[in-house]
Design a protein around this ligand. Sequence first.
Ligand SMILES: *Cc1c(COP(=O)(O)O)cnc(C)c1O
Length: 384
Amino acid sequence: MKQDGPRFGTLAVHAGQEPDPLAGAVMVPIYQTSTYVQPALGQPQGYEYARLQNPTREALEENIAALEGGRFGLAFSSGLAAIEAVIKRLSTGDHLICEENVYGGTQRMLNHVLARWGLQSSFVDSRDLDRLRDALRPNTRLMLLETPTNPMMRICDIEGAAQIAHDAGVILIVDNTFATPYNQRPLELGADVVVHSTTKYLNGHSDIIGGMVVTNDQRVFDDLSFIRKSTGAVPGPMDCWLCLRGTKTLHLRMRQHNESGLKVARFLEQHPNVERVYYPGLASHPQHELACHQMRGFTGMISVDTGSFERARALAEATQVFALAESLGGVESLISHPAMMTHASVPAERRLAMGITDGLVRLSVGVEDVEDLIEDLDQALRSV
Ligand SMILES: *Cc1c(COP(=O)(O)O)cnc(C)c1O
């Protein structure tokens, strides 16, 4: 990672956090207001209406932009709203290329909402850069990747993809929700835009829904500001403030998620009741070297193939510390069943082709004591 100016943990705590000018409050206040007074007609003081501007939201945007090493941040009401806003720069008849194993909701939006507006999408396995290149069409405007992917933990070579996109005049977007900027900084690897579901690791406490876009590109920023103002998917100030509280400890939490994730993955890999573990930090992951090249840690996200639906169900229902729930990236450990939960909207053949079997279980390893997490998984696997 580039290093000029304050380091990551210092930015996490301080970036965008000027003391409040009224009272000197050290913490950014929650500006719970919809509008701002104008001293004279036609002379607003920079703040007019809260869909356009909100100081709490701006503090969060500056904070996360700094963590991604970007100039501009734009907060949205959810991760999907952030992704949709970026795609809304396109027009009817345009084409985009999307990694085939992206978040299920992203696929649902492309196939069932935006396709009706005449947007063309190709889903490809971006582990193979030739496939990305082959998917280019004269009307391709955008490439949307996610790495590691959800839930198969595939890795896409961001530098390689950026080269292909830029040679064709296409914008590269990376959904960095899984990795977080602590572990991976797509803008430094050549991506044009980073998107996040801040609902996950950035907020980290499973108590808000939120999204963020970060870019260095002034035109993209201007377009997205206009789109957000015109379509309205803004987060409320309380949620921005909660997320800001979360990002202050991102570096501490990610160190623990990375360390515990690796320990749990190693434990599972040698367990007799487990068929296969998908975790980029394991030497057995087919893209381990690439993961080491572009990431500095591998998070708490692990997928496990237990071999059958009965085993997956027994595991998901027998854990005591891991709670059975959607979502990920919080301080608490969660377990989920992608085929029936996050990826239920993906057709069964497509799911199976990607490895999302009925025996697959996904873990989000939290920051509890890792010994308790391992004992919990062990007792659940023995009950299988
Ligand atoms: C959850 C998630 C999203 C969607 O975000 P929401 O905040 O739920 O709208 C997008 N991408 C990834 C990788 C996610 O995990």
